[in-house]
Design a protein around this ligand. Structure first.
Ligand code: NAD
Length: 366
């Protein structure tokens, strides 16, 4: 298969972990005989140094000409936020990309590796039941995009943010979520607050209407307050969750702490044409940048997600995911997930282990 990928490493650890992820991509390319090509482009503070803007047209064009975007992370040290280079860097980069490509659905898989059980804030018996959820968050509606108002009512200061959804927005993300559930354990939880909010009532109705076309997927409704409790109390009951923008923002971030490190999570954003951007949900981690110790697994899992969701290469994606699991089982740990047991390794050594395992599995099977 021939595919072209826009590579936007960004700032801080972005460069380092992207280098490792591209080594894994090159290995898959060799092992399976594909032809993946890449074009690197600047984003965030790195782009600001050259173009005076965080998401320049040059980078936009590289993305437009690609089949998918691999994104690292952007942003500067917290102590330098006041500098022009870093001011609004994250918003200018990420929101601008979302807007430019109309990304309407965000995928955030949350999996707790049995061998990293001790890193999770959850109790061992809860983790032991197996935690493997996929959060699908709508990205273009809700109170982030409705009318914002701040003003006075008599002598009182008032403010409001309108939470608005149209049925086509809900149907689009629901359709994406049902398809994702079909490819997993065939269960979808629709999260809302339909006991109170009109936007949620429409959400509930439209998700059920879309569900008629997916009879093989079990659909359940859950109120968001209950869902917040259940993802902590009994996360193993979930497969795919589909959520409006704000509930998805909050609950997917809450769930992101369950595996124990931001360095273990990947995410993806899709538009209605299935064009997608893949990025770790963590930031540029300036506290560890340049030391070669960042966990590359999040960025490597982004490559796996890209192969599965953008290129339909499930076998290749599974090989990467299984290699990550095996290497963790083998006791290899970067600093963020090291608790005194196993082998402490840097970003490159961790990647070497993943590559070696992937190569050996394929050599044995051929
Ligand atoms: P952060 O997510 O960069 O880091 C939080 C903590 O997690 C740090 O201790 C960091 O060392 C650790 N961490 C994150 N990724 C890791 C990895 N792969 N391996 C090991 N440890 C890892 O959040 P922050 O420090 O608050 O923000 C730093 C900068 O990143 C800020 O400028 C912020 O605006 C930006 N940011 C960008 C994004 C993005 O690009 N999507 C997201 C969040 C924050």
């Amino acid at each position: 298969m021939q595919r072209h990928i826009a590579v936007l490493a960004g700032d801080g650890i972005g460069e380092e972990v992207m280098e490792q992820a591209l080594r894994v991509l090159a290995t898959i390319d060799d092992l399976f005989g594909h032809t993946f090509s890449t074009t690197k482009a600047l984003v965030g503070g790195a782009a600001y140094d050259t173009y005076g803007t965080h998401f320049p047209d040059e980078t936009k064009n590289v993305c437009r000409n690609a089949d998918a975007i691999l994104f690292g992370s952007v942003g500067g040290p917290v102590s330098e936020m006041q500098l022009d280079k870093w001011k609004n860097c994250e918003a200018n980069s990420i929101l601008a990309i979302r807007k430019a490509f109309g990304f309407n659905a965000n995928f955030r898989p949350v999996k707790i590796y049995p061998d990293l059980c001790e890193l999770s804030p959850l109790k061992e018996d809860v983790v032991g039941r197996g935690v493997d959820m996929l959060f699908v968050r709508e990205l273009l509606g809700d109170c982030y995009f409705g009318e914002h108002m701040s003003g006075m009512e008599g002598s009182l200061r008032v403010a409001s943010d309108v939470s608005r959804y149209s049925e086509d927005q809900i149907a689009a993300v629901a359709d994406t979520a049902f398809k994702a559930a079909q490819a997993r354990r065939k269960k979808l939880t629709s999260v809302h607050k339909a006991n109170v909010l009109d936007a949620s009532k429409l959400w509930r109705t439209v998700v059920h209407e879309v569900g008629i076309s997916y009879p093989d997927v079990e659909l359940e409704d859950m109120l968001v307050d209950n869902c917040a409790m259940q993802i902590i109390k009994d996360p193993s009951k979930f497969d795919v969750l589909v959520l409006p923008n704000m509930f998805g923002d909050i609950l997917s971030d809450a769930a992101a702490v369950l595996p124990g490190s931001l360095g273990l999570l990947a995410s993806a954003s899709f538009n209605k044409d299935n064009f997608a951007l893949y990025e770790p949900p963590g930031g540029s981690a300036q506290d560890i940048a340049g030391k070669g110790i960042a966990n590359p697994i999040a960025q490597i899992l982004c490559v796996a997600m890209m192969l599965r969701y953008s290129f339909g290469l499930s076998e290749e994606a599974s090989l990467i995911e299984k290699s990550v699991e095996t290497v963790l089982k083998g006791g290899f740990r970067t600093k963020d997930i090291y608790r005194g047991k196993g082998s402490l390794v840097g970003s490159r050594e961790m990647t070497d282990q993943i590559i070696t395992h992937a190569s050996s599995v394929l050599c044995k099977s051929s």
